[in-house]
Design a protein around this ligand. Sequence first.
Ligand SMILES: Cc1ncc(COP(=O)(O)O)c(C=O)c1O
Length: 448
Amino acid sequence: MGYDETEAIRNLVSKAGSIPGRSPRILSRRASLEEAEGCLSKIESTLVSESDALQRFASVDAAVKSLRPADPMHCIHPQAIRDSAATFVSGFPGKVFYAVKVNPSPRVLREINAGGVANFDVASLSEVALARGMFPKARLAYTNPIKSRESIKSAYFNYGVRDFAVDTFEELHKILEETSIAKDAMASDLSILVRLAMPKGSATHDLSGKFGADAEASAQLLRDADKVAAKVGICFHVGSQCMDPISYTEALARVSDVIKLSGVQLDILNVGGGFPVAYPDVVPPPLSEYFAAISAGVKKMKLPKTCEVWGEPGRALATPAETLVVRVELRKGDALYINDGGYGSLFDGMLLGQRWPVRLIRPDRASRSKKLVPYKFYGPTCDSMDCIKGPFLLPDDVNEGDWIAIGQQGAYCSAIRTNFNGFYSDLNVEIMDRGYLGAPRFSGSVNK
Ligand SMILES: Cc1ncc(COP(=O)(O)O)c(C=O)c1O
């Protein structure tokens, strides 16, 4: 490419003055957080009143009975979210950053925060603005390894973001340029997290393909970042819905190798997301085994006492947040044509064969067949790909006009939905139970 990254870093470093404890030293006017916070007052918060606008019900069944929803209905379980956040925070051996992308609903963010999660992992400028607008004092880690120059600059100057991930020299260079206080003065308060590549492991949602530098490149990046940033760290992601805690043990061993190669001491070790939940026929080990593997792995690494350990859970916190209620518009044999689908909240079901717990809701006719049979779902769009194979076990007499509650829908479901073919529902209600299908360790029958 002709891009001389070492030269580029060197050029930036040559403008340097001083950061205590770092070499070479960087002279700069400190971009104060106060300045950035000043800009925050300009952020328009349309969020605060959201929860007040939601109708509340004692149960999903009560909401269906009252509203008889013709559109897909998103049932939010505030108590279940708070519980899963509190459980995670109390067990995880480090600081918890919720991955906003997984479910950015302000209602969900607020409950996650109420459960004790004070920091947020953000992947875009709009997530930065959302999280900062709601939580002015939160630490926001911008961990998408590839960001636009505009978003880096705005995140730093307007929203007080100081933690950025990189997996290339070009991105490091970009960040240094865009956060420069003046032409010849660099920001002195950056922390740079080098994203280390991971192999495909035990996760059902592989994330090994797109991001991450190999061990040698990560070591070099760490050395370069160490010259120009106030703090340096390593981050990684073992893949989402990681089914074996050993993936974290192995990942930490890789991090150790990179640290040795680089000769740099870490200020931050970010073990990413990946923490699993239970779905039908998928019961991972308890979270405590993941936390124990991380604690043991970190202990072995003999990191400096000042090194912070971070985690960025998404799925494990958000999954119990929502139950989706859909309506059956037509039945053809074992195929139920429902009003949400693969271009809506059930994207992972279409693409990855994801299954969720389901339950029939029939408010008028109490009786239903006791015999359960397997169904597939078709979504409402005209694309024949819009099929969620399941199988989903429901009574054998399901028919038009029945509602189906689909549980464990809080993560990567409503966040992904599109309005393809004009189908998009923003019907949200709040359910005041502790999580309709049990959370976060749901397993067993949902057809009670
Ligand atoms: C950088 C980063 N952190 C955290 C997460 C959340 O992962 P999970 O939902 O598996 O916990 C993701 C998900 O893609 C991610 O990209």
